[in-house]
Design a protein around this ligand. Structure first.
Ligand SMILES: [Cu+2]
Length: 202
């Protein structure tokens, strides 16, 4: 009888240890997913008012908590993986100023994921299964670029959603801008097609 109780206790102990270790593994995974990278959501959307010679003015916005905020100052953390999502509602193309704007640079793996659909939600789910991995876009097919003075360049297709992973390894104040001839008023105004880019100290 005593032996039976003992073995029952041992079995119970093993079960408890087994399930608590599974719980521990799940908890670990959740922590890694939540703090694995910093998410920067950018949206290229029509400005509420104003137009240029060729029509509407499109601007970069930062999507934060479901709200489109100004891209006047874009902040990213130092030394941490940053996942940049760009949702582009502009159907038009605009020629880049230089051929370097055609290549994805400063991104992990030298490529970006792109899909020809426009939805803020897509950027969260975009994976190599649903998107094309591309390392360059021919000049004639570029709509805008997201380019920083830290050496990052992401060419953006018209009406598309793109995702790129990158790191910023120098703290400081930099600039971001679009390297395309996409309309004089938007190109010159901060918070539209150019602005400050700040890499924050940890
Ligand atoms: Cu542009």
């Amino acid at each position: 009888m005593k032996e039976k109780i003992q073995s029952a206790l041992i079995v119970a102990f093993i079960i408890v240890v087994f399930f608590s270790s599974i719980g521990f593994v799940f908890a670990q995974n959740n922590i890694q997913q939540n703090s694995g990278y910093y998410q920067l959501n950018l949206v290229i959307e029509k400005q509420p008012s104003g137009s240029n010679a060729s029509g509407e003015i499109y601007s970069f916005y930062v999507l934060s908590n479901g709200m489109l905020e100004s891209s006047n100052i874009i902040k990213v953390p130092f030394g941490k993986e940053v996942r940049i999502s760009i949702v582009n509602f502009d159907p038009g193309t605009s020629l880049p100023f230089g051929s370097s704007a055609e290549n994805a640079s400063g991104v992990v793996g030298g490529s970006i994921l792109a899909t020809g659909s426009v939805a803020a939600g897509i950027s969260q789910q975009l994976s190599s299964k649903s998107a094309q991995s591309i390392s360059e876009i021919p000049a004639r097919d570029i709509s805008h670029t997201f380019t920083t003075s830290t050496g990052l360049n992401i060419p953006v297709l018209p009406l598309s959603t793109e995702v790129a992973y990158t790191y910023f390894n120098t703290v400081g104040n930099y600039t971001w801008g679009c390297m395309c001839d996409c309309g004089a008023p938007s190109m010159d105004s901060t918070g539209s097609m150019t602005g400050q880019f700040v890499v924050l100290a940890p």
